[in-house]
Design a binder for this molecule. Sequence first.
Ligand SMILES: [Cu+2]
Ligand SMILES: [Zn+2]
Length: 191
Amino acid sequence: MVKERLVAFRMKTTLLLLLVCISVALVSCDIIQEILIPVMPSQQAIAIIGSASGSNLTGTATFTQNGETITLMVEIQNVSPGLHAVHIHEKGDCSSPDGTSAGGHWNPTNVAHGKWGVGEFHLGDIGNITVGEDGTGTIELTTNLWEMGTGSDLDIVGRGIIVHAGADDFTSQPSGAAGARIGCGAIILAN
Ligand SMILES: [Cu+2]
Ligand SMILES: [Zn+2]
């Protein structure tokens, strides 16, 4: 009797150890994979935002890729206090004084204009920058919906950043009734 119980106990212990070993192996496998998978080289794209429609606006947009995600940071200066819409437009062409050469909102998924992250929205619908009394404002956005330097429809390189005189109401079609284009910059790869 005692021997049988001992054998049963040994079997249970062995089984338990085996399970622990398998778990450890699986976890280590994950860790090893994370280490071995080559880290995507960190890429950057930038846009120098110049004035349009007779404004004094200056600014920069910086896109930084980190693995699957891209973080955008937009900084603008010399703008009237309040809300100013900022979008990615189709073309990195700021040749016309009113910025219309940049085309309409960048919309590769062919959906309605809207608010970022809520229902339907263009991939260029970044949102509104809040500009303070000092005439400066920033907005940041991190997403895995964009690509950088891939040449695909989702590539932000070659598009244009447009800053508007007014706020985006997130509902008016096709572009949020944000008013004149007071800033324009072409998005190019930084390196
Ligand atoms: Cu716009
Ligand atoms: Zn839009």
